[in-house]
Design a protein around this ligand. Structure first.
Ligand code: FAQ
Length: 318
């Protein structure tokens, strides 16, 4: 008796396309096109790196939090970001990526992380603004990823999004508290919003006309909306929140458009986004140097864990 012939690539691809079209999930052991695997590893790794590098701007303020309560909140938030990075590295591993290799690629600058984390945090108000605007943008971008076509990534996003919503609320509550305070505190909040507004819009990526990956990622169900659609959704969600907070968003072109049922807004500085993505933002060098140092300082922990695992495996062997 001969073994049944393996399905031809065309048949495997047809099955894959049918699962994606039915909005069902592709799982790690399913056949998938190499381009799909590569795109997912790229996006999930960048996402994981963003969570890990994203600990630095807010971590900068843990030791200078204005009260024990604020310190406890900030510590918990930064720890959550570490957790998100770990779920995401695990999701990338289900695709055959090696976590140590991904870390090497981050440290060498071969893989990207979100542009937003290359801006400095100059005052405690930035902790609130990051929660409100940066986590807010992250939620807008990531809620649709819970319906993405790759099972381990979409499931990881469910928990991450729940935690990000909590982060956004804590940021908004912090800013609201400052806005109810002194003139100096209100000025600090406004200054922070002025600095973070445009970089937050850039988190959604380049405009659709200049986004090489969107069309294919949408066809594969990795992305559910384009960069511009999500940016618009974020602006529409955020303007009423800014009004309730009493801050002015630094865009003279921001205006309600009744025909579109959305806000019109100005053009972000795309040259700035390109510069930041290519390593020339205000804090790129500092962020990577800090990550590299932490990795080198942790070498002894990795060695000890590997030695312990090898010894335990030896003891268990018959
Ligand atoms: N920064 O063709 P597209 C967070 C790159 S997590 C840096 O449009 P794509 C939580 C892009 O990778 C924030 N690079 O690409 C938190 C591509 O480069 P490549 C991270 C960017 O993938 C909160 C090239 O430009 N979130 O904030 C950026 O279809 C607070 C062409 O662009 C995610 O990663 C950028 N802003 O769409 C943590 C979500 N934009 O790889 C701490 C998942 C574009 O070809 C504190 N990712 N690039 O060399 C995504 O949704 C997508 O990957 C996009 C980009 C929308 C980011």
């Amino acid at each position: 008796m001969t073994a049944p012939a393996a399905p031809a690539e065309a048949e495997l691809n047809a099955r894959f396309e049918a699962v994606v079209a039915a909005q069902e999930r592709i799982e790690p052991r399913d056949w998938m096109p190499e381009g799909y695997r590569r795109t997912l590893i790229r996006q999930i790794a960048q996402h994981a790196h963003s969570e890990i590098i994203g600990m630095q701007p807010e971590g900068n303020w843990i030791s200078r939090a204005p009260s024990l309560r604020r310190k406890a909140i900030l510590l918990a938030k930064v720890q959550d970001e570490a957790g998100h990075g770990l779920y995401l590295y695990s999701a990338a591993e289900t695709l055959g990526a090696d976590r140590a290799d991904l870390t090497r690629r981050l440290i060498s600058g071969a893989q990207k992380y979100s542009s937003i984390f290359n801006y400095p945090t100059l005052s405690y108000a930035d902790v609130g603004t990051i929660g409100w605007l940066v986590d807010g943008a992250a939620i807008c971008n990531q809620v649709p990823l819970c319906r993405g076509s790759y099972g381990p990534y979409s499931r990881a996003m469910i928990r991450i999004c729940k935690e990000e919503s909590f982060h956004q609320r804590q940021g908004y509550e912090l800013l609201m508290t400052m806005m109810r305070g002194t003139d100096a505190q209100r000025a600090m909040v406004q200054d922070s919003v002025n600095r973070f507004w445009w970089p937050s819009l850039m988190m959604f990526g380049p405009p659709d006309t200049d986004s090489p990956n969107t069309a294919q990622s949408m066809a594969w169900g990795i992305k559910r909306h384009t960069n511009d659609e999500l940016r618009q959704r974020f602006v529409d969600m955020t303007v009423p929140q800014a009004e309730a907070l009493g801050v002015t968003l630094p865009d003279p072109d921001l205006a309600w458009n009744p025909e579109r049922g959305s806000y019109d807004f100005g053009e972000p500085d795309w040259a700035e986004l390109r510069a930041v993505i290519s390593g020339n933002g205000p804090c790129n060098a500092q962020r990577l140097a800090h990550r590299r140092r932490a990795h080198e300082d942790g070498a002894w922990v990795r060695e000890a864990a590997a030695a312990f695992a090898a010894r335990a495996a030896g003891e268990e062997a018959p």
